[in-house]
Design a protein around this ligand. Sequence first.
Ligand SMILES: Nc1ncnc2c1ncn2[C@@H]1O[C@H](COP(=O)(O)OP(=O)(O)OP(=O)(O)O)[C@@H](O)[C@H]1O
Length: 617
Amino acid sequence: MSKAKKGTRDTATQQKEKKSLREQVGALKNLPKFFRLIWETSPALTITNLLLRLVKSSLPLAMLYVGKLIIDEVIRLIDVTGEKSLTYLWTLVALELGLAVLSDLINRGITLVDSLLGDLFSNRTSVTLIEHAAKLDLAQFEDATFYDKLERARRQTVTRVVLMSQVLSQLQDIVTIGFLAVGLIAFNPWLILILLVAVIPSFLGETHFNERSYSLSRSWTPERRELDYLRYIGASYETAKEIKTFNLSGFLAGRFKELSDKYYLLNKSITMKRAFWGSALSALGTLAYYGAYIFILFETVAGVITVGSLTFLAGSFSSMRSLLQGIMTRFSQIAESALYLQDLFDFLELQPQITPPANPLSIPRPIQQGFTFENVGFKYHNSERWAVRHLSFHLRAGEKLALVGENGAGKTTLVKLLARLYEPTEGRILLDGVDLREYDLNDLRHQVGIIFQDYVRFQMTASDNIAIGQINNISDRERIQGSAQKSLADLVIQRLPDKYEQVLGKRFNKGVELSGGEWQKVALARAYMRDAQLLILDEPTSALDARTEHEVFLRFSELIEGRTAVLISHRFSTVRMADRILFLEQGQLKELGSHEELLAQNGKYAELFLLQARGYL
Ligand SMILES: Nc1ncnc2c1ncn2[C@@H]1O[C@H](COP(=O)(O)OP(=O)(O)OP(=O)(O)O)[C@@H](O)[C@H]1O
């Protein structure tokens, strides 16, 4: 895309994303939901927080009033001739001191409760996010806009904690103002009006700039993700060796700098304008304050009010001004945060497409007939091409089927359909004559064990890495070690300093890195952890040397005797061990039969087998 075109797209997106004041106010509807989440996090802490803030909001008025009484008393005492009794004065001073200490204590209490509640809330939201993400479909994870949503939602877990304190402080300040306003109105209601004139312009200014910051940050979500990604690949163990050998650091740093500078400049322009207008509008507020102050001074000089009342009024006017200013600034921040909050709720409302039926069936135990593909076709949602099509075959119960085909032929896609990670775009898959969609999804996932070619190298202990195959058995030492022996991982683990408790990978302290083949043996042990009726190995042995792969597969077929298995491998010496071989070409089934049958057919399989046997492949 040309630069000019990209620029137009950016502005168009920003226009579309631009949120009006009305939308900001509308976003406040998210607050009750937000507070429900906070309440559910800890009712006790929420109530304590509210109570502390309520007490705190009455203190400024009380302190100002006691201050007024002290000054009036001092002036009275100056005029008294003869014996002066100071008892009343000291009582007032003691009272003021008590209020000051109480105010400090309450402030500390509020900070403490805020931070405890905030931490709990952030932990809870992170857990909710992980749990919710796990419910969603694989296809949803392949969508870039999904990642943008996830990214924005993830940011909410930490940054939205501030929102809680903001809203609570807002309530507290409103109550405080209510208290102070009573005093001010009693003296002169016009002062309140001057106050409003002083703060409204800066409120409007703040709202305007918050809107712009939000639009910018929202429309930049994909770029921010790219920045995070560049930061990650620029400095991580996984990428370090290629960065060094290909000498990529300059390239990555340059790309990062280009993108981050662009964002910096856009953001800088908003920040500078905000600083300028913020100062100008706040100067207006200061002018109004001094107008009111001069008025109060005149009244005092004219003897209409006492010097104590002067300090009380000037004090309340000044606190109300800063409180009101705070409330208005905070209002636009709250409204902005509430907009971000929408992203969190949007993400939590995303629903998976692949769901269990209303009355799900249990997977037959044991499976009687097996799986039947009826004219199955599948297109990835972001692609126009059929990844597999017109697939019709029967995988018998207890059979070992090998999938063979060139890269991109559709082997992995086929097994993902079998595990119902995706739904066929056309046709259907039956299990014992019943559509796979009729079965309980969790039960199906339990009964199907897959080890993918891009299995995850969990940076956890060897034991945990194996237990992942059947996580409920994480404490079952015997089962874990038994599985490791079956996959030949035990020999690898016995050589590690901490054996089964050894942390694998280099991410954490004392972690030990394994070779590609060693990792595969560990991952393979996950398959043996499961009592699954259908086991699928999608090339998890590609990093093993030919002899070990052969041995691993021999053991595999013996050890899972009686269970159904699908194996994907590019090594024909392994493939021939299967009962039958399914040859895929460009997503279509080309040949199906035993090794001998396919050789006899003298088709594509035979051709490739002979090539490999002669050492050409
Ligand atoms: N997540 C995806 N989104 C879009 N297209 C995909 C996705 N995964 C795979 N494809 C496409 O589907 C086709 C089949 O891919 P698949 O991974 O099933 O092939 P494969 O036979 O397992 O290949 P290999 O031997 O390289 O592992 C390929 O053309 C691939 O580009």
